[in-house]
Write a protein that binds this ligand. Structure first.
Ligand SMILES: [Zn+2]
Length: 343
C-alpha cells in the first residue's frame, strides 16, 4: 500500500498548488480529480486491492483526499467567478461605447429663441395667433383697405372653401387680435410662420418666419422704439455693430422706418453681401398708425405705440453667413449638423 499512499501525497500537493485562471482550467481540474473517471474515483477503486487490516486507514486517507479535492474546487470556482474576464470572446465592459448620433436645433429655432430671450429681458411677453386668418385681421385692420396697392406686395394663398380666409402674410394679425382684447399696456413679441405667394429662389420662399413686436401704452415715443431696437441689435450681433434708420412707408405705421446694421462681413467697408454700401437692412418699424389703434378700439389720443417686424431667416442668414434661403427647409443633414456647436 505504501506506493499508493505516496502517490496520493503527490496528488495532494498538486491539488494544493492548482490554479484556475479561467473557466476552462477550472473544468480541467474538475475532470481530472472529481470527474466520473477522475482520480478520486479511480483511487477509491484501489480499495479492493488493499489488505483488510489496512482498509480502515486507506478509507480515512481517501476521504481526506476527496474532501481536499472538493474544497479546492469550490475555492477555485469562486475565484474564477469573480476574476476579470480573460478569454478573447468575452466582453470588455471597460471599453468606451459606440457614439450615438445627436441631433441639433434648427438654425431658425436657434435664432428665434435668441430673439425671444433678448426681448423677454426687456419685459416683452410672447403671443401667438392663427396661421389661417380672415381679411380683416391680416389686411383691413392694418390700414390696408381692399383696393390698397400695398396689398400687391403681399399676395398669399386663399382657402378654397372660404375665399375670405387666407394664410397670413405676416404675424401682424396677432397684434390686431391682442389689441382687440383691450388690455393695456401691451408689450408683446409675436414669433411665427407666415406665407407669401412667391416663386421659390435663393432669396424668396412661399413660407418663412417672422418676429414682430408691439408696445402700446401712454406716452410711448419714437425714442423708446430706437432704444429698444438698439438694445436688441447689440445683444444679437455684438457691441461694435452700427445702426441707422432710414425713413420708409408702411400703411400700418406713421412715421415708418427701416433699420440697417453695419455689414457683418466687411465691417462697413463694402463687399458683395452689402452690395458695396457697408449696410444691410434687418427690419421695418414705426409708430402704430392712429387708424390701426382706432380699428382695434384703442383711443389714439390717449395711447401711442411702436411696432417692428423682422424675418428670422434674414437674421439667421446674416448671423451664420447662409447664402441660400432654401437650405432652411430642405432638411439636408450636412447643412443642419453644422449648427450642433451653436446651441
Ligand atoms: Zn459688406
Amino acid at each position: 500500500m505504501e506506493p499508493l499512499l505516496q502517490q496520493i501525497e503527490e496528488y495532494k500537493k498538486e491539488i494544493e498548488l492548482a490554479e484556475a485562471p479561467n473557466a476552462e482550467a477550472l473544468e480541467t481540474f474538475r475532470i481530472k480529480f472529481l470527474g466520473t473517471k477522475g482520480l478520486v474515483k479511480t483511487l477509491m477503486g484501489e480499495m479492493k486491492n488493499v489488505p483488510n487490516e489496512q482498509k480502515r486507514e486507506f478509507g480515512q486517507v481517501m476521504n481526506a483526499f476527496k474532501l481536499l479535492a472538493e474544497e479546492k474546487y469550490e475555492v477555485l470556482k469562486s475565484a474564477t467567478d469573480n476574476s476579470p474576464l480573460t478569454t478573447h470572446d468575452e466582453i470588455d465592459w471597460s471599453l468606451p461605447g459606440d457614439p450615438l448620433p445627436l441631433g441639433s436645433r434648427h438654425p431658425i429655432s436657434l435664432v428665434r429663441n435668441k430673439i425671444v430671450s433678448i426681448f423677454k429681458r426687456l419685459g416683452f411677453a410672447v403671443a401667438e395667433g392663427p396661421e389661417i386668418e380672415d381679411d380683416w385681421h391680416n389686411f383691413g385692420a392694418l390700414n390696408l383697405p381692399e383696393d390698397h396697392p400695398a396689398r400687391d406686395m403681399q399676395d398669399t394663398f386663399y382657402i378654397n372653401q372660404n375665399p375670405s380666409w387666407m394664410l397670413r402674410t405676416h404675424t401682424s394679425n396677432v397684434q390686431i387680435r391682442e389689441m382687440e382684447k383691450g388690455k393695456l399696456p401691451i408689450r408683446l413679441i409675436m414669433p411665427g410662420r407666415v406665407y407669401r405667394n412667391e416663386t421659390i429662389s435663393a432669396r424668396a420662399h412661399c413660407f418663412f418666419h417672422q418676429v414682430e413686436g408691439l408696445y402700446v401704452a401712454e406716452n410711448v415715443s419714437f425714442a423708446d422704439l430706437k432704444q429698444t431696437l438698439y438694445f436688441f441689435v447689440k445683444e444679437m450681433f455684438g457691441q461694435d455693430v452700427k445702426v441707422r434708420f432710414r425713413p420708409s412707408y408702411f400703411p400700418f405705421t406713421e412715421p415708418s422706418a427701416e433699420m440697417d446694421i453695419s455689414c457683418l462681413i466687411c465691417g462697413g467697408k463694402g463687399c458683395n453681401v452689402c452690395k458695396q454700401t457697408g449696410w444691410v437692412e434687418i427690419l421695418g418699424c414705426g409708430m402704430v398708425h392712429p387708424n390701426v389703434l382706432q380699428n382695434c378700439g384703442i383711443d389714439p389720443n390717449k395711447y401711442t405705440g411702436f411696432a417692428f417686424g423682422m424675418g428670422i431667416e434674414r437674421i439667421t442668414m446674416l448671423k451664420y453667413q447662409v447664402k441660400d434661403l432654401r437650405l432652411f427647409s430642405e432638411n439636408d443633414v450636412r447643412f443642419l449638423k453644422q449648427f450642433t456647436a451653436a446651441i
